[in-house]
Design a protein around this ligand. Sequence first.
Ligand SMILES: Cc1ncc(COP(=O)(O)O)c(C=O)c1O
Length: 394
Amino acid sequence: MGPPAVNRSPLPPVYLDHAATGWPKPEVVYRAMDHYAREIGVAAGRGAYARGGEADRVVASCRRRLARLIQAPDPRNVAFFSNGTTALNAAIFGFVRPGDHVVTTAIEHNSVLRPLEQLRTRSGVTVDVVPCDDQGQVDSQAILDRVRTDTRLVAISHASNVTGAIQPIETLGKALRGTGTCLLCDAAQTLGYLPIDVVASGIDLLAAPGHKGACGPLGTGLLWVSDAALTRLEPTAFGGTGLNSESLAMPATMPNRLEAGNLNVTALAGWDAGLTWLADVDLAERAAAGKRLAGRLRQAVEGLPGVRAIGAKELPILSLTFAHADVGLVASLLDSEFGIEVRSGWHCAPLIHGFLKSLPHGTLRVSGGHSTAFEELARLGEALGQIVEEVSLT
Ligand SMILES: Cc1ncc(COP(=O)(O)O)c(C=O)c1O
C-alpha cells in the first residue's frame, strides 16, 4: 500500500466499488448497530438474563430473515460466519475428504481457489478447473462433462466478481440432484441482488458475505446447508457454543455445529435491520434495476478510444482494460482528480484474467449498487474520457 490517496475533486465522492462491499448501508443498519452496542451489548446463547434473551432474539431474527431471503425451509440450517471467505472455508474443508475429486471454474474467487489448492497439495484432492469464455461465462455442460463418480463437490460462483456474468446454477443443480455430487454456490455477488431459491435451484451449500447486496455490515457471512449435505459436513472450527458444555464434542445439530465461539451480535443486529429493509424490496425489481444500471455503465464507457469493456450484462459489474494506460494509474487518477472510487487489479480472482485477456495487470473494475445514480455513471464516463485523452497525448 502506498501513501494515503488525496482527493482533489471539488465534487462529492462517487463510490463505485459495490462488488467489494455495499456502501452506504440503509440507515436502519447503522441505527440498529448503535442501539445494540450501547443498550444491549451482551453475548448470544450464553446468559439467561433478560438482555441475553434480547441477544438471542436478534440472532434468531436475522437467521429467519436470511432463510426467507434464500427460500430455505428451516432457519436452523443457516450458520453465521464473519465473511464469505470463512463460510466458504467451512463448506470446502468440512465437506471434501482426502482423495476426493472437485470441479470448479476459472471465474472463482480465491476464497474458493485457495482452500481447494490447500486440499490439492495436502490431501491428494484432485481439482478440475473448467474454463470460461472472454466474458467470464462458464458453460454448464463443460462442468457436467467433468463430473465423475468420485466427484464430491462442484464449487461455482453464482456470478463473477470481475464481469458480473451470471452462471447456470439452476441447470447444474437440477443435473446434479440425486447424484453423489453436491453443489456449492458462492453467492457473494448475488445475495440480495437476485432472487435465490436454494431448494428449487438444487443447491446443497450456499455461502455468501452479508456485507454486499444483502445489506449487512462488514464482518457478516452465512453458510446454508441442505439436510442432505449436512449429513456429510464436518465442523472445521471447534469451541464453545453455549450449549452442551459438558461435552468435548461439537453439538450435532445446526446451527451450533458450525458456530464455534461468540457471534458478532452487534453486526448481526445491523444485518437483521438491513434484511428488514430488503424484505420491503421486490427482488425481481431490484434485479431489473441492476440490469438497467449495467446498461448505463456500459453506455458511459462506450466509444472511449482504446478502452475495452467486459461484462455488465445483467449485474452492474464492469471490467475495463486500456490500450495506453495502466489500470492502477487510471484508478488512482479517478480517485485523486475526480473523486471516483473504483478498484484495479486481479480482484482476488487469479484464473479469469487469462480468459479475459487482461494479463498481466488485471482490469479496472467499476461496480454499482443500490445507491448508484445514473448521473454518477455519466461522471465516470466523462472522467475516463479526460484520462484516456490525456494519457494518449503524453
Ligand atoms: C465472488 C466472491 N466470493 C467470495 C468473496 C469473499 O467474501 P468476503 O470478502 O466477505 O470474505 C468475494 C468478495 O469479494 C467475492 O466477490
